[in-house]
Design a protein around this ligand. Sequence first.
Ligand code: GLN
Length: 455
Amino acid sequence: ACLGAIEAAGPLNAVSAGTPEKAREMAAAADARLAAEGDAAPSLCGIPLGIKDLFCTEGVASQAASNILSDFKPQYESTVTQRLWDRGAVMVGKLNMDEFAMGSSNETSCYGPVVNPWRAKGSNRDLTPGGSSGGSAAAVAADLCLGATGTDTGGSIRQPAAFTGIVGVKPTYGRCSRWGIVAFASSLDQAGPMAKTVRDAAIMLEGMAGFDPKDSTSAELAVPDFEAMLTGDIRGKRIGLPAEYRMEGMPADIEALWAKGADMLRDAGAEIIDISLPHTKYALPAYYVIAPAEASSNLARYDGVRFGRRAALGAGDGITDLYEKSRAEGFGSEVQRRVMMGAFVLSAGYYDAYYLRAQKVRTLIKRDFEQAFEKVDAILTPATPSAAFGLGEMADADPVKMYLNDVFTVTVNLAGLPGVSVPAGIDHDGLPLGLQLIGKPWGEAEMLDIAYAME
Ligand code: GLN
């Protein structure tokens, strides 16, 4: 059914490379396993999943939606995807995304933009599914698969989940191995599940998570049975509403949604507490210094020699021309912008003024959360400052406008915390909106339980 749905949904452009043969093979193996193991088979056995193009999948195109990795077929499998296959999950294809996961609208992809399966009431205008995990969000929302992997460096799981009415979980930094996932900003990147319901996301997260000696930042912690820990009973839970997230010019729909979410939790027996996260306003600038800095370093390896695309050289061209031409042809404009910004903030003379200062701000943001979590069990905020916007609407504008999309999500990555976006209502145009719950470090189970009560 999923393979048929993928074929019929071509115009969404959510799938960058379908893997129907592999899917049939894996499904047959899962059937055999279910027949042999019965109820003892893992809960992901036979479940069709889509994989963001950022994950290396053995023998299957893995391009991070970039021309610089054209034709790159890894000889190895990422740890996260390997864990999913070990549990019997079935890969239906690789999913479209922003190039190197840099973007909030899936418009920086070398495969072209993804179309959100949702439309505003009475409108034919194509909307963005958000980004960078836009293909994952659209594929799940359009039932092309039952779940998808995403990655989240500054909101790339939670924002597209909110724009497409699904659940997206960004785990605590270190919960899922980053091994075999194309690196964007290594101190912020985390893989996570995107699914229709909190329960599905909980099952998938358990499948993806766990210690991996191949990622030195992966945590040596047992993975809880997230599904079994969903009770829906949140009586006595303390939920914080941070004053600083009440941004000036916040649309009335978002404001109302946030209030409705708080009421819903209060009605379910939670205590709503006003809190303060005073350094919030510095988060976005700090993120847009740190993430490009790490990206410029991580992307130095794409030099036209070791992976993917190599530019044609003219007579007399040397090694520097090879690097320059390959990178100029292979990287799109947003990626080039990030590499330049990153190289600039790391350069001698500017390092202290920008990079080091951003790292200090990061520490202050982390401390804000530590202090807040002395008083509350979770924090409730909007997931995004608006509903899905039109394709082309922001991409053509000032890039900083696009960056403002991440205002509610980047703090979580800077602090290494878990966050989940839960569908929470629709706006005046009938488009889905999401609320974000932020949990304590390693507190995914509690966070998901609260999210479960909101569904
Ligand atoms: N939109 C943010 C950026 O462009 C976040 C991306 C992400 O989380 N991968 O950097």
